[in-house]
Design a protein around this ligand. Structure first.
Ligand SMILES: NC(=O)c1ccc[n+]([C@@H]2O[C@H](COP(=O)([O-])OP(=O)(O)OC[C@H]3O[C@@H](n4cnc5c(N)ncnc54)[C@H](OP(=O)(O)O)[C@@H]3O)[C@@H](O)[C@H]2O)c1
Length: 258
């Protein structure tokens, strides 16, 4: 039986990964900050699917939290075979409206934690000759818009670069780039969603289904859903200035509620 460690496992996309991987018979290590929620989820998954579920309360915006999870990833007696770096959040407001401390916290969770956890997990995976890492980015990685998009762009570049270096080692790395997914993300950030057309919304379970299929196929980049494959394809062709204008207007339209 294999073990998967998921960060940000208690809600949204991370929660969907936890359900899918437990249903497939993987033991789990669930990471988030809310311990009560973690324990309730662990009990539910254990009772429903009969898998072993560990919980780790850790704040990935802190060195202590990152180090605790990294130490678990290094354990050789109960190795982690699949790491899902999923924890993340949005900040409310345009660049100059967001306190720089909040932007730095985002970089810590989206970039530093992903770098350090991937590094520690992959070291053991390479020695064992098998393993996988899914780093959850976003289609925002492909448009010039703020710290969020920039951090997710880093996730894509970093993951694909490392995947290339590790090809042939038995270790797979993949960046997952969903579009709008119905989760707690927007509400937590105070982002209005009423104006987002229905056809742009994705379901977290289907995103995870597509991600697992793409990882199995050896892809290093997964854009779940044909709608977003088309939109990201067009974004790659469009001039950067034009794209920046469109994404800024869209940001104002779908932006944070005040
Ligand atoms: N929803 C979308 O439209 C969308 C689109 C593209 C990409 N994404 C990306 O998908 C990932 C998951 O987002 P989601 O939509 O599923 O969000 P969500 O429903 O708000 O869930 C976020 C999860 O991350 C955990 N988390 C947040 N900050 C954390 C921290 N500092 N340390 C540890 N855990 C933390 C939360 O639990 P605690 O609060 O208990 O810690 C929760 O389990 C993020 O990386 C996001 O950027 C989302």
């Amino acid at each position: 039986m294999t073990t998967a460690l998921i960060t940000g496992a208690t809600a949204g996309i991370g929660g969907a990964f936890a359900h899918r991987l437990a249903a497939d018979g993987h033991n789990l290590v669930l990471v988030a900050r809310d311990e009560k929620r973690l324990r309730e989820q662990a009990t539910e998954l254990h009772d429903r699917h009969g898998v072993e579920v560990e919980v780790m309360r850790a704040d990935l915006a802190s060195d202590k939290g990152i180090e605790a999870v990294a130490a678990r990833l290094e354990e050789r007696t109960h190795p982690v075979d699949l790491l899902v770096n999923n924890a993340g959040f949005g900040n409310k407001g345009a660049f100059l409206d967001v306190p720089v401390e909040d932007e730095l916290r985002m970089l810590k969770v989206h970039c530093e934690a992903v770098l350090r956890l991937t590094h520690r997990a992959v070291t053991g995976m390479r020695d064992r000759g098998r393993g996988g890492v899914i780093n959850v980015a976003s289609v925002a990685a492909f448009v010039p818009r703020g710290t969020y998009g920039a951090s997710k762009s880093w996730v894509v570049q970093f993951t694909q670069g490392a995947a290339h270096e590790l090809s042939g080692s038995g270790v797979r790395l993949m960046a997952l780039c969903p579009g709008f997914v119905r989760t707690e993300f927007h509400e937590r950030a105070g982002i209005r969603t009423g104006n987002i057309p229905d056809w742009l919304w994705l379901d977290a379970d289907r995103v995870v289904e597509a991600a697992m299929r793409d990882l199995e196929r050896g892809k290093t980049l997964s854009v779940p859903d044909p709608r977003y494959k088309t939109l990201t394809g067009l974004a790659k062709l469009a001039p950067r200035n034009m794209l920046g204008g469109i994404s800024t207007r869209a940001g104002r339209k779908f932006g944070p509620s005040r």
